[in-house]
Design a protein around this ligand. Structure first.
Ligand code: ATR
Length: 298
């Protein structure tokens, strides 16, 4: 089976000198082609980004992609962990996070990276916030939260509270990351213990899936006063543009940012790895406008 047999409607007849793409299931609604095709077009590179719908046999799909010359791949839900055994090497940060979202072609196979983590950091910096010596409250302790916790310690956060519905999951991430960085700065909490977080100014990062769907309320902590401690709030969700969490952050006087810039920068960083180029901020802004038009004009 050729890798091109996995492409979706609308991409079957695409022709280019070079291909990059994404593996996922489902994959129809991915926004990544907007990022990468805008970059290639702007740079005058004959390269197209193809969504591949992988329903089973991930190993065979990776092998086909490599044999057929695919330059690089993004990996999304549900394969960010499952992909790891099929790679020739994995970047240490991706290993510690336990998830790979980017494959880069080498002479012997694909190497795995995680650009979600530096992508979120870049998004945070681009909004004028600092992580160094910061104090952070994270809501959620799933796969995405693991990358966020790593990011906080990697960039020098002073103190991180992870609040989660299931305490054990928050504790696992805290233990793993405290060990990884040889520090004791992450403190896990179950949702009902949120009041033990000392009064201070924090960066709040919303990493649960609550808010994705119409009618969703606040994640975990419903007490409005809690959000007064937020100097700013970042939600990993970008659609809807303003989740109940972000609405409340603003209502309580904090600055609110959704996850669209994280999506932007994780894509740009993958593109830079594949093509060995540096994308200017000016071009990043052009791509960001394209993304906003695509997501929010529907
Ligand atoms: P992802 O890969 O996007 O992080 P995940 O690993 O399934 O997805 O994690 C989902 C996160 O959202 C978890 O923190 C989950 O809490 P639990 O660890 O207790 O399962 C959280 N979450 C999902 N639905 C929730 C809800 N209705 N209320 C509170 N937290 C919820």
């Amino acid at each position: 089976m050729s890798i091109m047999d996995y492409t979706i409607e609308g991409y079957k007849n695409v022709q280019a000198k070079q291909y990059i793409g994404i593996f996922g299931n489902p994959i129809k609604h991915t926004l990544s082609p907007v990022i990468h095709d805008t970059l290639s077009k702007s740079l005058g590179v004959d390269e197209r980004y193809i969504p591949f719908h992988i329903t089973d046999n991930l190993k065979a799909a990776v092998e086909s992609a490599y044999d057929e010359g695919i330059l690089g791949l993004n990996i999304t839900v549900p394969y960010k962990q499952e992909i790891m055994p099929y790679l020739v090497d994995i970047d240490p940060a991706a290993k510690a996070i336990g998830a790979v979202n980017t494959l880069v072609r080498t002479e012997v196979g694909y190497m795995g990276y995680n650009t979600d983590m530096p992508g979120l950091a870049k998004a945070i910096f681009s909004e004028g916030m600092e992580l160094k010596d910061s104090k952070v409250v994270m809501l959620g302790a799933g796969g995405a939260a693991r990358a966020v916790a790593y990011m906080c310690l990697y960039y020098g956060a002073k103190r991180v509270y992870i609040v989660n519905r299931t305490f054990e999951k928050a504790k696992n991430i805290a233990d793993d990351m405290n060990t990884e960085f040889g520090k004791e700065c992450i403190i896990p909490l179950s949702a009902q213990d949120y009041k033990s977080i000392p009064e201070d100014r924090y960066i709040f990062i919303q990493c649960t899936s609550v808010g994705l769907h119409n009618g969703d309320g606040l994640p975990l902590v419903e007490d409005k006063e809690f959000y007064r401690m937020a100097e700013c709030g970042v939600d990993l969700i970008y659609n809807p543009a303003k989740t109940p969490f972000l609405q409340l952050i603003e209502e309580m006087g904090g600055k609110a940012f959704n996850g669209l810039k994280m999506l932007l920068y994780q894509g740009i960083m993958a593109y830079e790895l594949w093509n060995q180029v540096e994308i200017s901020e000016e071009l990043a802004n052009i791509v960001y406008s394209e993304l906003k038009n695509t997501v929010y004009s529907k």
